[in-house]
Design a protein. Structure first.
Length: 241
């Protein structure tokens, strides 16, 4: 089974831009497009979908908590019904532009704090599943967490991911940061290849832990994301689906 590279993108807003989506697109397989609650707006969504079409990139929804000012990286206290409604609303917004472009909705991947909350709190993972089931598409998440447990139990296809531009804590849990630092592309690619060949990832304190993933993620707001994506794609080319 092959691996694909995914990227969180389409995260500009109005006149503001976040990352070089056009530069990244040729080096990825699937894009997780922001839907307006942490970033993006109608014109940014349309532009990102059109870029994806021209580069043969599949597109999924990247919904978040309603936290535009905090870029969706702040946790929020919301009920399961409120979260499900927010996620469904955002998927619907993206789906309109996908329909217009003749693309299918490929998947759902929660963003930022919503992603993290769904790893830890069952009602949040259930809320994401409630919305994803409306479209019956796969959900991307972390293996061995509530992502996998809940999504699979609800009958959704689950796609596990490894992060090339984030760290893992001493217990092997993903560290979701408010801002992303530049990464050494060669070292990040080396670690990704090791994950694919040996099934191992490394914690911030140098300990190895088991890691298996169907997709490798990078973020468009990582400062050197284009170079990271280019080097990563070349390194993992033998495993690309």
């Amino acid at each position: 089974m092959g691996v694909v590279i995914n990227c969180d993108m389409g995260e500009g807003f109005g006149l503001y831009r976040c990352g070089d989506d056009a530069g990244i697109m040729p080096h990825i397989n699937i894009g997780n497009v922001a839907c307006g609650f942490h970033a993006s707006d109608p014109m940014v969504i349309r532009e990102t979908v059109r870029l994806a079409v021209s580069n043969g990139v599949a597109v999924g929804a990247h919904p978040s908590f309603p936290d535009l000012q905090g870029f969706g990286r702040r946790d929020m206290a919301m009920t399961r019904e409120e979260i499900a409604a927010c996620v469904l609303y955002q998927i619907g917004a993206l789906k309109a532009f996908l329909d217009d472009a003749g693309l299918k909705l490929n998947h759902v991947k929660p963003h930022g704090a919503l992603y993290g909350a769904a790893m830890r709190r069952e009602e949040v993972a259930q809320a994401v599943a409630d919305a994803a089931l409306v479209y019956d598409v796969p959900v991307i998440g972390m293996a061995g967490t509530l992502h996998e447990e809940v999504y699979r139990s609800r009958g959704l296809a689950f796609v596990s991911e490894y992060y090339a531009d984030l760290d893992y804590d001493s217990a092997g849990a993903l560290l979701i940061t408010r801002e992303h630092a530049a990464r050494d592309p060669v070292e990040a690619a080396r670690r990704a290849v090791r994950m694919l060949t040996d099934g191992k990832a490394t914690t911030i304190d140098g300990r190895d832990f088991d890691m298996k993933a169907d997709t490798i993620c990078i973020h468009s707001d990582t400062p050197n994301a284009v170079e990271l994506a280019r080097v990563l794609k070349e390194a993992v080319r033998p495993w690309l689906a």
